[in-house]
Ligand binder design. Structure first.
Ligand code: GTP
Ligand code: MG
Length: 195
């Protein structure tokens, strides 16, 4: 994918702030710290477009990024961050519900999980929600550089099993450090936007 432009449109907390045009969107969902914002930067070849942090809970709003004036990638706030107050959790839930349940522009929700860890209950919940709503059920396993090559298959199998993915569901490993997996993700994203 040739990136001619990539820019933030808005950091939204409520529906009235969502972009109003008809550009298609895909969204990245997953636990805090899994690497959603980093993956967006990798995909668009920009180090600091989406803000990242080594401590979880960095992205707290729904961030819409316009790519090539053609489509958007949406960075969602992460879940599963233990130190979050009950009221922030509720706000997160409302914000996610509002976006995921009502957004007509949304063509697909791609789930990210850390390749090192077995999916959590919230990951399983998110994935079954994604499937239930008829999205493609693509999963990206992040931080591939953090495990040995010989361990990959084992970790990928655990993710498949725990999320109850079928043999047709796509699971792609990626690393923002080595850039492995980047082109494969673009291929998938292009396919989604072609439909
Ligand atoms: P929230 O905004 O809190 O939901 O987190 P996020 O999912 O957006 O995570 P973010 O992109 O901020 O990344 C979290 C941390 O993981 C940062 O320190 C990143 O540098 C690191 N990270 C992300 N992807 C990779 C990767 O592929 N390899 C390695 N080694 N580190 C990564
Ligand atoms: Mg983030």
């Amino acid at each position: 994918m040739k990136i001619k432009s990539a820019e933030i449109v808005i950091s939204a907390v409520k529906m009235e702030q969502y972009p109003e045009d008809e550009k298609p969107e895909i969204a990245f969902a997953g636990r805090s710290n899994v690497g959603k914002s980093s993956l967006i930067n990798l995909l668009v070849n920009r180090k600091k477009l989406a803000r990242t942090s080594s401590s979880p809970g960095k992205t707290q709003t729904i961030n819409f990024y316009d790519i090539n004036d053609q489509f958007r990638i949406v960075d969602l706030p992460g879940y599963g961050y233990a130190k979050v107050s009950k009221s922030s959790k509720e706000a997160w839930g409302k914000m996610m519900d509002m976006y995921l349940n009502n957004r007509k522009n949304l063509l697909d929700v791609i789930q990210l999980v850390d390749i090192r860890h077995a999916p959590t209950q919230q990951d399983r919940h998110m994935y079954s929600w994604i499937k239930h709503f008829g999205f493609n059920g693509i999963v990206i396993a992040t931080k591939l550089d953090k495990i040995n090559r010989g361990q990959r298959e084992k970790h990928l199998n655990i993710i498949r099993k725990e999320l109850q993915m079928t043999s047709e569901d796509i699971l792609l490993p990626v690393s923002v450090e080595t850039r492995e997996g980047k082109e494969e993700i673009w291929e998938l994203v292009n396919e989604i936007f072609k439909v």
